[in-house]
Design a binder for this molecule. Structure first.
Ligand code: MEV
Length: 435
């Protein structure tokens, strides 16, 4: 495991300037000067690299990269890189991780990194006998599928199982679907599993007498789950005029809303994905895959609902948990090509994809807690607006120290709007205080 100089708790980090923050992160994450240059964007993804990643490249697109503090996941301190454009997300995760660490930190685990590839078989003369033949030929199909990636087999991955389903009711009538279950170890696994599905398609046609059409992974990766749970001591929930019990009960009532109503569940889960996606993006992983998997999983019982659960233990402490599909990798694809993703993984000191998934789901749970705590107490806008004001100040043309000063002024006036920001800037410039 990567050795880190110290923990994820850095009091006053927010008040350090950018250079000081980088020094602190470098020290704690054992990052080199080269890593720091990458984080700063000086030597990150080049146009030339980008040109080889996708088509018709004309430029690069940047996002802010922040560090969530205070995370302890399975007793390990971890500094979490988050790539996100939305204010309050990094601060929210960090603050909640601080409350959770008082209750022992996040406890997380995951299932084996098994992905599912689907093979659609049409024009099957006899569906029941085709199912039987496929199951009889399972060993042959699995060993054929193992041939596509000898390295993965050497690393302990490879085919695990084959399942057959008949889709009875569809607009084109009944057809057969095969699920190839494949352990992809530390890869996201799309390439390995799609190749394996394509490889066995001719044998499936031979066995079933049908015609294979789609051969592609399922993003409902419900065999590759990551789970996190946490306990927040009641005393840590109290703040301002709110008692711990009031905050706890508010959070549980908010969760009950999400459990019972898809309109609320969508927003509740969006809050979770604020944290999840930010780490997925920072590590160069496919956030569309994670999003698709999350929402399909949230609707797995037929009604879209909350991905997380909140309740209280026998001592009255708040307890929360989150479980979701987690198809992320730490080898291959953009995780290796994108220099910032490499530094992000190094900073977290993760050695397996499962470990990364466990951190991600912990951040999702922290983010959910941050949103529910704010929504059920002082409301989301207060903290949000103060941070949003900075973006508005920048949009109005403020630079350097003026950004903070202008943001404060906008928040104080309760008019966080670009037109008002421009007006104030103009006034300050005219009277010589705006530079
Ligand atoms: C905003 O990005 C996320 C929230 O809407 C989540 C929630 O409502 O739970 C605050």
């Amino acid at each position: 495991m990567t050795k880190h100089s110290s923990g994820s708790r850095i009091p006053g980090f927010y008040n350090l300037n950018l250079e000081e923050r980088l020094v602190e992160i470098a020290r704690r994450g054992d990052l080199s000067a080269c890593d720091i240059a990458i984080l700063k964007g000086d030597t990150s993804l080049t146009l030339d690299q980008a040109d080889h990643m996708i088509e018709n490249v004309v430029g690069l697109f940047s996002l802010p990269l922040g560090i969530a503090l205070n995370f302890v996941v399975n007793s390990r301190e971890v500094l979490v890189p988050m790539a996100v454009e939305e204010p309050s997300v990094v601060a929210g995760a960090s603050f909640m991780a601080k409350l959770v660490r008082a209750g022992g930190g996040f406890i997380a685990d995951s299932t084996a990194p098994e992905m599912i590839a689907q093979i659609q078989v049409l024009d099957v003369p006899d569906l029941d006998s085709a199912c039987k033949k496929v199951l009889e030929g399972k060993d042959r199909l699995l060993s054929e599928s193992a041939q596509v990636d000898p390295l993965l087999i050497k690393l302990g991955g490879g085919p695990r199982d084959l399942e057959v389903r008949i889709i009875q009711d569809s607009p084109i009538g009944p057809f057969l679907v095969l699920h190839l279950i494949y352990d992809v170890r530390d890869a996201m696994g799309a390439n390995a599993i799609n190749t394996a599905a394509e490889r066995i398609a001719p044998t499936i046609e031979e066995l079933t007498g049908g015609r294979t059409l789609l051969r592609i992974l399922s993003n409902l990766a419900d065999r590759r789950l990551a789970r996190a749970r946490c306990t927040i001591p009641l005393s840590k929930l109290a703040f301002g005029d709110y008692s711990g019990a009031e905050v706890r009960d508010g959070i549980i009532a908010a969760w009950a809303f999400a459990i019972s109503d898809p309109y609320r569940a969508a927003t509740h889960n969006k809050g979770i994905m604020n944290g999840v996606d930010a780490v997925v993006i920072a590590t160069g992983n496919d956030w569309r895959a994670i999003e698709a998997g999350a929402h399909a999983y949230a609707a797995r019982n037929g009604t879209y609902t909350s991905l997380s659960s909140w309740g209280c233990d026998e001592s009255g402490n708040l307890i929360g948990s989150l479980e979701m599909p987690m198809a992320v990798g730490i080898v291959g694809g953009a995780t290796k090509v994108h220099p910032t993703a490499g530094v992000a993984l190094k900073l977290m000191g993760v050695e397996t994809a499962s470990q990364l998934g466990e951190i991600i789901v912990s951040v999702g749970l922290a983010q959910n807690l941050a949103a529910l705590r704010a929504l059920t107490t002082e409301g989301i806008q207060r903290g949000h607006m103060n941070l949003h004001a900075r973006q508005v100040a920048i949009a109005a043309g403020a630079e350097g120290d003026i950004i903070e000063r202008l943001a404060e002024q906008l928040a104080a006036e309760n008019s966080v709007r670009v037109d008002r920001a421009e007006e104030i800037l103009k006034e300050w410039r005219n009277n010589g205080t705006g530079d």
